[in-house]
Design a protein around this ligand. Structure first.
Ligand SMILES: *[C@@H]1O[C@H](CO)[C@@H](O)[C@H](O)[C@H]1NC(C)=O
Length: 375
C-alpha cells in the first residue's frame, strides 16, 4: 500500500513535463485537456528541417491498462501538406519486421515528408502527406522509441497483443486529437504489416460492432506483404529462375531440396542444416551481389547493391561496411540528442534507437526479417 507521502515524494523527482500534465489534468475540462495533451506533442521544428507549413506532432500514448505510461507507443504524426488538411483522410502507417520502426523506415526512408541527409533534413517530394494526415507508429513496445518499463512484457509478445496495443493506441490518440474522430481512416503498411494490419482492422471492426463506433475505417493497403510464410517466401525461387538469375539445377535444389521457407525457418531458428546452407550458398553465388534482388532490372549504385545483398543474405559476409544509404543516415539522425528532444522521445531500457529490434515478437513461428529487411 502506498503511504500518503509516496505520491508526493515521487512527484518531485519526476520530470517537469509530467508535472505540467498532472496540473493540466487537474484543472482542465476534457476537451481542453485533449487539446493540451496534443499541444505538448507539437514539434516546433526538427533539427535541420526546412521550412514547412504543415503541423507535426510526436510523443507517447500509454497503452497499458490505465494509460499510465508503463507501456507506451511512440508516434510521429504529420498533418497534410495541403491547403485544407481537414479535407484529407487519416492514414496509419505500419512497417513490419516484425520489430521494425515505422518512424525510421516508413517516415524517414520511404514515404514521409523528410529524408535525413548529413546534418539536415531534405524534403521528399513524393511524401504521402501531400494526400493524407499520416501517423507513423512504432509498434509493438520495444520497437524504436516505444517501450515497456517492465521488461518482462517482451517475453511473450505476439501478433494478437500487438493488434490490441495498436487499437488502444488509436483509441487514445483520437482522444488526444478529437478533430480526427470520424475522419476517413485507412491503415497502410508493408511486409510483416501484412500480419499486423488485417489483425488490427479486425479488432477495430469488432470494437465498432460490440462497443462503440469510434473507428471510421475505410480501407487497408498492404504493400509487398508477408501473409503466409510457406507460400510467400517461395516465390523467390521462381522469381530468380524466371529472371535468369539461377540455373535450372539450382532452381530444382531451391524448390525441392531446401526451399526458402525452410531456409528462413532454419536460419532464424538457429539450426541451419548443411543441406540448406549448401543450397543457399549456391543461390547466392549465382545471383551475385551485383543485382538488386528487390528489383532486378534497376540501375543501382554499388553501395546500394551491397547493402541490399547484405539485407537479403544475412549469412553472407559482405566484409564491407556500407554507409551510403538512407537507413544509415536515419540511424544517425534519430540517435542525436537534439533530435530526440525535438521529437519528445525517450530511450527506455535501451542505449540507442535502432531500425529494428529483436524483442518484438518472441513467439513468431520464425523470424523472417533481418535488421533491414524492414518488412
Ligand atoms: C517447403 O519446404 C517445406 C519443408 O521441406 C515443405 O513442407 C513445404 O511444402 C515446401 N513448400 C513449397 C511451397 O514447396
Amino acid at each position: 500500500m502506498a503511504t500518503p507521502l509516496a505520491p508526493a515524494s515521487s512527484f518531485i523527482t519526476r520530470p517537469l513535463a509530467l508535472a505540467l500534465v498532472l496540473v493540466a489534468a487537474a484543472l482542465c475540462r476534457p476537451a481542453s485537456c485533449a487539446a493540451a495533451a496534443a499541444a505538448a506533442d507539437r514539434i516546433t521544428r526538427l533539427p535541420g528541417q526546412p521550412e514547412v507549413s504543415f503541423g507535426q506532432y510526436s510523443g507517447y500514448v500509454g497503452v497499458d491498462g490505465d494509460g499510465g505510461g508503463k507501456r507506451a507507443l511512440f508516434y510521429y504524426f504529420v498533418e497534410a501538406d495541403a491547403p485544407d488538411p481537414a479535407s484529407k483522410p487519416l492514414v496509419l502507417w505500419l512497417n513490419g519486421g516484425p520489430g521494425c520502426s515505422s518512424l525510421g523506415v516508413g517516415a524517414f526512408s520511404e514515404n514521409g515528408p523528410f529524408r535525413p541527409s548529413g546534418q539536415v533534413l531534405v524534403k521528399n517530394e513524393y511524401s504521402w502527406n501531400k494526400e493524407a494526415n499520416v501517423i507513423y507508429l512504432e509498434t509493438p513496445a520495444g520497437v524504436g522509441y516505444s517501450y515497456s518499463a517492465d521488461a518482462a512484457y517482451y517475453q511473450g509478445v505476439d501478433d494478437k497483443m500487438t493488434a490490441m496495443d495498436n487499437m488502444v493506441f488509436l483509441q487514445r490518440w483520437l482522444q488526444k486529437f478529437p478533430q480526427y474522430r470520424g475522419r476517413d481512416l485507412y491503415i497502410a503498411g508493408e511486409s510483416y504489416a501484412g500480419h499486423y494490419i488485417p489483425q488490427l482492422a479486425e479488432a477495430m471492426v469488432e470494437f465498432n460492432n460490440k462497443e462503440e463506433r469510434i473507428f471510421n475505417l475505410k480501407g487497408v493497403a498492404l504493400g509487398n506483404p508477408v501473409l503466409e510464410f510457406a507460400t510467400d517466401f517461395n516465390s523467390r525461387a521462381e522469381y530468380f529462375w524466371s529472371h535468369g538469375l539461377i540455373s535450372d539445377a539450382t532452381f530444382r535444389a531451391f524448390t525441392s531440396a531446401c526451399n526458402y521457407s525452410r531456409y528462413v525457418a532454419e536460419y532464424y531458428g538457429g539450426a541451419l542444416s548443411p543441406l540448406c546452407a549448401r543450397v543457399m550458398n549456391r543461390v547466392t553465388r549465382e545471383t551475385s551481389r551485383f543485382v538488386d534482388k528487390y528489383d532486378v532490372t534497376l540501375d543501382v549504385f554499388l553501395s546500394s547493391v551491397l547493402s541490399q545483398s547484405k539485407t537479403l543474405s544475412p549469412h553472407e559476409q559482405v566484409g564491407q561496411r556500407v554507409d551510403v544509404c538512407v537507413e544509415d543516415e536515419t540511424v544517425r539522425y534519430l540517435n542525436r540528442r537534439d533530435v530526440q528532444a525535438a521529437l519528445h522521445a525517450r530511450l527506455v531500457g535501451v542505449d540507442k534507437w535502432a531500425v529494428c529490434s529483436s524483442t518484438s515478437c518472441s513467439t513468431c513461428r520464425s523470424r523472417p526479417s533481418t535488421s533491414s529487411d524492414r518488412s
